[in-house]
Write a new protein. Sequence first.
Length: 101
Amino acid sequence: MEFGVGDMVVATRDGGHDRQGLPIERPRAGKMYRISSIYEMAYGLGCTLEGLDPRPYKGYFLHVNKGKNAGWYFKPVEVADPEFTATLRQYLAETGVGERL
């Protein structure tokens, strides 16, 4: 998978915590986040996410290379097809459906 700073991602699993329950703010599976930085760790990649405070840690797991936690913690958010999006917006504007939502 390819990730970059500024990309929208969705968490594939809940972010971990230590025995003290820290960090208090951590990613939740199924929720979307924007990557604000990516860095290398001895056992994989880490990242920070806009709006989440990982203190007392540097950030959150993006990918872990080995062990029971190995794998990706996020996946890219699929970008909508521009033509479909334009057609949907036009339909919503014409029917007024968007005003009722």
